[in-house]
Design a protein around this ligand. Structure first.
Ligand code: MRU
Length: 353
């Protein structure tokens, strides 16, 4: 989306067919493309956050299924289905919280069901076509989210965001950063407070980089500074993305989002969530049912390659990757189908695909 920046994740015919992605673990220092030529590579890329952010994980998983079919040497439907089943299980086991992963795998299941009795080449073609549709569709949905949010972002707004819900977290444009991009493109003269987002610094490494690359005014702060700038009246609204939204409007997002939402409520700052409908899990009644990923203790104990704490097992370390913000702290959920407000059970049902 940004001139000169390659797509976050895409199919390439190079290397005999591969899933190509920006290796986000190396940003902002280096822009390195990773070509995965097998499903194990895609799964490991998702696990170590080379590709991350809920919609981008969904795109990678869909392309990973297309890759599994493309690389399978099956000559009959039965052998192909066995290969696809193994690929699906591996991809589904990578990260538990972002529902877009499971949504995308469900979309691929539908293609498999449609072509189950056909020649393996029909499956190969069908899966690749649907995966590429999912990627293109995600980009369009993010742009629509940006347009729908314009009614909420006043000229000159100071917007605080947490983690990275930008082009790097999606097929392009972003959800929360899509809102910010759209406001910037509309000449709203916005400024962004960027939470660094410990432990893995997606805010500092990725969001700050995206904003600088786009020329959008931004100020980086440590996570523990958000309360200070809010208390000074220097934040007009918060906009974040989400990994999974329960049917009642409870929102799972990067760890620390809940803290920001509580601070925003205390200071009377509206807290907005931007997400495509594929992030809403209509099967979960409330946020306490959302599985929260626990990640390696080293992510907390290390800053880059340097220890910043006694190493396990000298000190116990808890590292939940996400938290849940209750719906009553959310002023609005901005989707590609429109802006949903409380009561969310009804307003989110109204935007269902
Ligand atoms: O662990 P990550 O980097 O995948 O977490 C990403 C987030 O929490 C994002 O805010 C969320 O996925 C929304 S991305 C549009």
């Amino acid at each position: 989306m940004t001139a000169g920046v390659p797509p976050t994740v895409q199919w390439t015919g190079d290397a005999g067919g591969a899933v190509r992605m920006i290796d986000q673990t190396l940003l902002p220092g280096e822009m390195v493309m990773l070509d995965c030529t097998d499903v194990e590579c895609v799964a490991q890329a998702i696990e170590r956050l080379s590709v991350r952010g809920a919609p981008a994980i969904g795109c990678a998983a869909a392309l990973g299924m297309a890759l599994a079919a493309h690389r399978s040497d099956a000559t009959d439907a039965r052998a192909m289905l066995a290969d696809l089943q193994a690929a699906r299980e591996r991809l589904a086991a990578t990260r538990p919280t972002a529902v877009n992963l499971f949504w995308a795998l469900g979309e691929m299941d539908r293609v498999i069901a449609e072509h189950a009795d056909e020649d393996p080449d029909a499956l190969r073609a069908g899966l690749l076509a649907r995966a590429e549709d999912i990627v293109e569709d995600d980009l369009q949905r993010c742009m629509a989210i940006g347009r729908n949010a314009l009614e909420l972002i006043p000229p000159g707004a100071n917007i605080l965001t947490h983690c990275n819900a930008g082009a790097l977290a999606t097929a392009g444009y972003g959800t929360a950063l899509g809102v910010i991009r759209a406001a910037h493109e509309a000449g709203r003269d916005v400024h962004v407070w960027v939470d660094e987002t410990r432990p893995l610094l997606q805010g500092a490494r990725l969001t700050a980089w995206e904003l600088v690359t786009e020329g959008i005014p931004a100020t980086l702060i440590c996570d523990n500074m958000a309360g200070r700038v809010m208390s000074q009246g220097r934040v007009d609204c918060v906009v974040v993305g989400s990994d999974r939204i329960a049917a009642n409007g409870d929102v799972a997002n990067k760890i620390g989002t809940y803290t920001v939402a509580v601070l925003a409520a205390h200071h009377g700052v509206p807290f907005y969530v931007a997400a495509p409908v594929s992030t809403i899990d209509y099967d979960l009644a409330s946020g306490d049912l959302i599985p929260i990923e626990e990640r390696a203790p080293e992510e907390v104990a290390m800053l880059g390659h340097r220890a910043c704490a006694p190493v396990c097992p000298d000190v116990a370390i808890h590292n939940p990757a996400f938290d849940v913000t209750p719906a009553d702290l959310v002023a609005a959920i901005i989707t590609e189908k429109g802006v949903a407000r409380a009561p969310y059970t009804a307003s989110l049902a109204a935007v269902r695909d």
